[in-house]
Design a protein around this ligand. Structure first.
Ligand code: NAD
Ligand code: TYD
Length: 339
């Protein structure tokens, strides 16, 4: 089996590559990644020498280059992680989100049609469903929940999902889609809540919390997401959407306080800042379908996963310190200076 994994130099894609190469030693994996600010080749250093692995630096929007790669490698399966993934950046400048997340998806699926594959898997997000109110803890996103995206990021992911389903219906492309809740774990880019809080706390810097910190996210350890995609690829039904989440809802302020506690840092570092525009209140996944059909259940409990994640950031300081010292500094100042 030969697999093209796009966006494999990012957070979830790299964890997925590690999972696949370890679990299936006979599989070939080609990582196609543009290496945007969020892609980091050093993340993949442990697999670079693996004869079953190849890295290709390329933009999924570059049709000629993508077709060339398909012609050369003749992949069986494509898993598309490549995306602009940060909501705050999408609010600041939506354009690249529409290019990569929608048009890039189209290029990949056109290549799949042209060269033939057994599966195209789209890694989507629960954010396509919009949000749920805080006073209705009985409500969850199912695969039947209507798409109701709020941010330029989530609407670009929703548009891509619609296109994927259209390619299934119109051209019979063998597709699947997973819509996962918020992930956390190693190699998470430090612009996102959990790694940003860990990095700032370790540097005794203010911990920015948007609004009152009451927004709820449904956190899943990244390896559990990778295992879910693995199951969908091997056992999932073509044309289907699978929601992925582990019923682990927490308010942002709880997460930030927990990280302070784990690191022995004072809560006085917490700084409430201006809220995100259009900020989604609550995400919560109903994972019944993937559990019933494929037997998936999350394995890592949050209490343990967050300790493992913090330990990883402590042991791999050079990975995130290098990011903090680069262009990221300008982003941070722009986003947080006068907030
Ligand atoms: P990330 O931002 O850490 O990584 C994205 C990767 O895609 C980077 O390596 C980047 O270089 C690459 N990339 C970006 N544009 C590209 C392009 N035009 N061509 C080729 N490569 C490109 O993102 P992530 O958090 O790992 O998310 C991966 C996928 O999972 C995304 O599709 C995202 O929507 C989805 N997702 C993320 C979460 C989460 O909590 N992080 C949850 C559910 C779904
Ligand atoms: P984030 O990690 O950006 O993921 P998403 O927006 O895709 O859920 O943010 C998670 C939550 O944390 C979200 O409600 C916004 C909030 N947040 C803060 O309060 N402060 C921050 O500095 C960041 C980056 C996020």
């Amino acid at each position: 089996m030969k697999m093209i994994v796009t966006g494999g130099a990012g957070f979830i894609g790299s964890n997925f590559i590690f999972h696949i190469l370890k679990k299936y030693p006979s599989y070939g994996v080609i990582c196609l990644d543009k290496l945007t600010y969020a892609g980091n080749l050093s993340t993949l250093k442990s697999v670079m020498e693996n004869p079953n692995f190849r890295f290709v630096k390329e933009d999924i929007c570059n049709r000629a280059a993508v077709y060339r790669l398909f012609e050369e490698e003749k992949p069986d399966v494509v898993v598309n992680f490549a995306a602009e993934s940060h909501v705050d950046r999408s609010i600041d400048n939506p354009e690249i989100f529409l290019q990569t997340n929608i048009l890039g998806t189209q290029v990949l699926m056109d290549a799949c049609r042209q060269y033939g594959i057994t599966r195209y898997h789209q890694v989507s997000t629960d954010e396509v469903y919009g949000d749920l109110p805080l006073d209705r803890p009985d409500l969850f996103f199912t695969e039947e929940t209507p798409i109701h995206a709020s941010s330029p990021y989530s609407s670009s992911k929703a548009a891509a999902d619609l296109l994927v389903l259209a390619y299934y219906r119109t051209y019979g492309l063998p597709v699947t889609i997973s819509r996962c809740s918020n992930n956390y774990g190693p190699y998470h880019f430090p612009e996102k809540l959990i790694p940003l809080t860990i990095a700032n706390a370790l540097n005794d810097k203010p911990l920015p919390v948007y609004g009152q910190g009451l927004n709820v996210r449904d956190w899943l350890y990244v390896e559990d997401h990778c295992k879910a995609i693995d199951l969908i690829l091997h056992k999932g039904r073509v044309g289907e959407i699978y929601n992925v989440g582990g019923h682990n809802e927490m308010a942002n302020i709880e997460i930030v306080k927990l990280i302070c506690k784990e690191l022995g840092k004072p809560e006085s570092l917490i700084k409430f800042v201006a809220d995100r525009k259009g900020h989604d209140m609550r995400y919560a996944i109903d994972p019944t379908k993937i559990h019933r059909e494929l037997g998936w259940l999350p394995e890592t409990k949050f209490a343990y996963g967050i300790k493992k994640t913090i330990a990883w950031y402590l042991e791999n300081r050079e990975w995130w310190e290098e990011i903090l010292s680069g262009d990221y500094q300008q982003y941070y100042e722009k986003m947080y200076q006068n907030r």
